[in-house]
Design a protein. Structure first.
Ligand code: A2P
Length: 317
């Protein structure tokens, strides 16, 4: 499997298993199956509510000799209620305890959005803290301390715009090495790709299949279904692969790390097989035409009346 190389030589497998929406009760089997199939990269976050179950699957897989901790790449993320510097280390320690590991390969600030520490998910504006009050630079120096303490090897961000990356690059001692963002043919983000390429920041594509199992409040009625796009379906048929495999392969051809989620053994296998597919320049050009700046994860859930966040200041668009 192709991997992405970090400045210190560490290699991150370009295809990993996404675990957002992988329900407790299902994710244990999915992770065990994935590791058996050959996945060596798992993308996690405490807000997905399943890290303890993933940790059990990891621990059992290690005990059964399926793989070893050293062979795996494990990412997790700092939730919005832990941006205050004193909360950052306890947050990673909780993820490490749940995942039953000593350190993470990569730890990301999940959103450029801060909550009061007692809030898991906000109900109103009073639960939110603006970035002027709790700046990303402050959270970032606490993230840097985690690297110094050996709790994670690499740090990065998620859902950051180019202006937010630029601001962070201006203050960081350890540069962010990853931005995990929504990326697929309907949201190709060419300016982000170019900026990250020229600043040695890797990209991870989340929702690469269009994330159609999002909870209903995160969906809109009129949304286009990526896996049913006629161009994607036709091109996949021409290659004798599935639409999902085409979408995963497209991300890999752009050198983005990609983390399709599945809890189904056949689809896990199919998705892993995407790493071996070759697309032509012409295929890539045809897919480039499909861009329509369509976010499935719009971020509008952070926008509440009287609160500090708007779609304009979230995405800086
Ligand atoms: P399931 O977990 O039942 O396989 P995303 O990674 O963009 O968030 O998309 C996840 C959604 O795509 C889930 O509903 C998942 O369902 C589904 N999915 C995963 N792999 C495939 C596949 N190969 N073909 C079709 N749907 C898939």
């Amino acid at each position: 499997m192709k991997s992405i190389q970090f400045a210190n030589g560490d290699q991150m497998p370009i295809l990993g298993l996404g675990t957002w929406k992988s329900a407790p009760g299902k994710v244990y089997k999915a992770v065990k199956e994935a590791l058996q199939l050959g996945y060596r990269h798992i993308d996690c976050a405490p807000i997905y509510g399943n890290e303890a179950e993933i940790g059990q699957a990891l621990s059992d897989s290690f005990a059964e000799g399926v793989t070893t901790r050293e062979q795996l790449w494990i990412t997790s993320k700092l939730w919005n209620n832990s941006h205050a510097p004193e909360n950052v280390q306890p947050a990673i320690e909780k993820s490490l305890a749940d995942l039953q590991i000593d350190s993470l390969d990569l730890y990301l600030i999940h959103w450029p959005v801060a909550f009061r520490s007692e809030v898991l998910f906000h109900n109103s504006a009073k639960d939110l803290i603006g970035l002027n009050e709790l700046p990303i630079a402050t959270t970032w120096s606490a993230m840097e301390n985690l690297v110094d303490k050996g709790l994670c090897n690499h740090i990065g961000v998620s859902n950051f715009s180019v202006p937010k990356l630029k601001e962070l690059l201006g203050t960081a001692n350890i540069k962010p090495e990853m931005n995990q963002i929504e990326l697929h043919p309907y949201l190709q983000q060419p300016a982000m790709l170019e900026f990250c390429n020229s600043n040695s920041i890797h990209l991870t594509a989340y929702a690469p299949l269009g994330s159609s199992d999002r909870p209903a409040p995160l969906k809109s009625e009129d949304e286009p279904i990526l896996l049913e796009d006629p161009t994607i379906i036709k091109m996949a048929a021409n290659h004798a692969i599935s639409p999902a495999q085409l979408l995963i392969s497209w991300a890999i051809h752009r050198n983005s790390v990609v983390i399709p989620k599945s809890v189904n053994p056949d689809r896990l296998k199919q998705n892993l097989g995407s790493a071996a597919i070759s697309l032509s320049q012409e295929d890539m050009e045809q897919i480039a035409e499909l861009n329509r700046n369509r976010r499935y994860v719009s971020g509008d859930f952070w926008v509440v009346e009287g609160g500090p966040y708007s779609l304009a200041n979230l995405w800086d668009e």
